[in-house]
Design a protein around this ligand. Sequence first.
Ligand code: HEM
Ligand SMILES: [Cu+2]
Length: 619
Amino acid sequence: MTTAELDRLWGQPKGLLGFLSGVNHKVVGKRFMVTAFVFFLIAGLEALFIRAQLFSPLGDVLSPDRYNQFFTMHGSTMMFLFAVPFFEGLAIYVTPLMIGTRDMAFPRLNAFGYWVYLVAGITLHFSLIFGMAPDAGWFSYPPLSGPGFSPGPNLDWWVTMIAFLEVAALVAAVELIVTICKQRVPGMAAHRMPLFVWAILVMAFMIVFAMPPLVVASLFLGTDRFLGTHFFAAAGGGKPLLFQHLFWFFGHPDVYIILLPALGVISTLLPTAVRRPIVGYGAVVLAGVAVGFLSFGLWVHHMYAAGLPLVGTNLFSAASLLITIPNTVQIFAWIATIWRGQRAVLHSWFLYAVGFLVTFILGGITGMMVASVPFDLQVHDTHFVVAHFHYVLIGGAVFPIFAAIHFWFPKVTGRLLHEGRAKVAFALVFVGFHLTFFPLHILGLEGMPRRIYTYLPEMGWEGLNRLSTIGAFVLGLGVLVHLLDFVWCWFLGRKAPPNPWGASTLEWATASPPPQHNFTEQIPVRSRDPLWEPAPEPAIVPDRPGEWERMVVTTTVLDAREEALASLPFNSVWPFWLAMALSLAFLGAMVHPLLVPVGLALGGVALAGWHWPRKEKRP
Ligand code: HEM
Ligand SMILES: [Cu+2]
């Protein structure tokens, strides 16, 4: 088939129906990233309100009640609706291109995951508009979040939406695993996989093991609230501590679910910036895998203050320090790569990568401090912890996300961003960030608790709080400049060539933006950096003669030897309707129990439609 025919075969129809039925990984990935970015802006605004309230002692920007809602929504939105989904979106967009295939393994499931995520996110925010948003912190511990102490509807929104949302994360993880294992272009053996793909593979496996405990925790909390069970109610023989274990068995790996793709981004960008293959590829891969395993053995370091036996907490303290080893291996590999580089072009994305290195190292150092039990007992629940986790979350995830946006923007939109504006915005974000969060270390050491809506003038905390709030607004200004640049350049930026950065991975071998089918011809891979090698003869992807199907080549898991041809499903509106039916079941749980079976039944209908065999027509 010609490029134009293929483009039509893999495209989606125009109009509303086309919008609802699109399943192409680039469409879904873009939607995830844009939606997650909007949630980032919303949660960022909430943070500005929080900081405005703490600007002076006895501030009155937010009422105590609203303050609780704002930090809970800020934390929950950033963690559940921004950081993880953004990286999923990036992975869904970039991975198939990087491994040289035409779409994800289960395109319809992919679309379904997005609709679930969208409904859950919007619904959670409705609660804020109605003034009854969740208010028990982003980890919502019972008994505070149980029916006794939170009788209102606020926490109902949280338990149902969090459980529902994780369906989307699980779906994306399963697809990413299958796609990476089975659809790599022939020749891309495991030892030649780009480091970003390795990172995504580890992330996806971690999601599969980490999310179910969270679903269980929130569902149990839901039944405690709706049906009067006693999973976490001490009065009925339940154990509040069980919730903490379940939550953090998810929660700590979650931090690394966010971090690993960020590390993958950095391992992709730095070698490109200095035009040199990464130093210690094998060590970096093994370190990533080690982080994935180790991160499941650390969760109790969030519970040092819960009164667990000292032997146990000390064990987790040791494990927490252990995980710094693989992280440090990666950091040294990056530094060595920059050191041995052939050039250094200070693109905005390179600046963000370096900003990440500096900030993440500082966050890692305070991480080692709070990993020790006696130190943590002193600073637990103070602003020291707020400073620590923003250093790792903003330094370790938001900076790499901005780096990734600046790096892949030309590929996704076909347009270049404005370097000058990007650098000004980077300076504002970087300086604003450190101005906001560095003072919080000191405030924490001076004893200022987190999650308090105000403080007394006698405490002497005013100066540093002022500094922090000013920093937050500088940071906000930087994000605003980025946002304007993104919107402007998406429509009016200069046209991008296929490979503006001289990068080495396959997504840069096709046009910017890529055609619907990604690649007309298959580029055989013989090394880790295929585009830095002399170009081999491309092979035509075979069609089944006479049939108009969406064909992809599948390969063996380790060696990526060609195995078979698989035909992927076409566009469909049924994933959308299935997501709507399940939303009805989950949301219905809050309104009337009967809506649950109704939603599930409609879901059954949608599933039937989804799998209905269809005669493929020539488009
Ligand atoms: C954009 C700049 C940001 C600012 C100015 C900011 C500010 C704050 C502040 C002041 C608090 C503490 C509220 C309190 O304890 O009273 C807080 C809590 C929190 N932030 Fe941020 N934050 C920002 C970005 C982020 C990002 C990017 C993430 C995650 C990816 C994040 C995750 C959290 C979490 C999980 C909490 C804890 C909420 C809770 O205590 O339940 N924040 N933030
Ligand atoms: Cu942790």
